[in-house]
Design a protein around this ligand. Sequence first.
Ligand SMILES: O=C(O)CCC(=O)C(=O)O
Length: 238
Amino acid sequence: MPKARYHSQITETVAADVWSYLESVDVYRDEEGSWPIGKPLRGPVFRAIRDYEGLTPLFSKTFESQMAALADLNLRVGEEQILYMTFPESEFDPRRWRVPWAGWHNDFTGDGTGRTKFLLGFVLLNDADAGGGNLLLLSGSHRLKEVIEPQHASAIMKQLSRTSTLLNRLWDRREGAPGVLVGETCNVDGVDLQVIEMTGNTGDVFLLDGSLLHAATVNERPHVRLAAKCFFYVTDWN
Ligand SMILES: O=C(O)CCC(=O)C(=O)O
């Protein structure tokens, strides 16, 4: 997973803009009582805000060319830019922390070729500690034949759960145990896999294959988590 650091002045400006935008829906940075905990932020929207235009300064042409250099691919930044906010829900306990089975998905369903069609670019807009409502991902999963096949994530997970004890535990329908599994590795059909939590510092940038399996997690830290995502099309894919 290539990783880079974004200029903090820009991320801080965007984060400040996010907070002033939230004032229009009565959510205030310094008033925890106003934070929407476990309920939609606006209409049916909780966590992901798709029509917020304040991300434009992040996903510029400069960003596009920097990411292209990092991935060594010709890229074009997509129209969809999403802001993810995760408000605190409970106190952090790594043994108790769970991710629902149903939360796992990939943004791009394979088309049988195994060639990347689009990438996901994430920028952290504040520091992201473990258990702070970050993205959890199964690195390497985009290389698995089950993922390359054009099938829904639930079918992929059902097949993969049978191939490894780690994946069977990760996707245990009864409880799941992601907290203790972060960092764990396994190998399926010669592909190295690792459960990774997208932790880091303000401005960190992550570039992911769009077919990688990932899941949103609950925020058990006392601060709000802010991250932005955009899609990149790989333009020399054919
Ligand atoms: O980072 C998040 O909070 C969720 C991201 C996600 O589920 C996605 O990118 O599809």
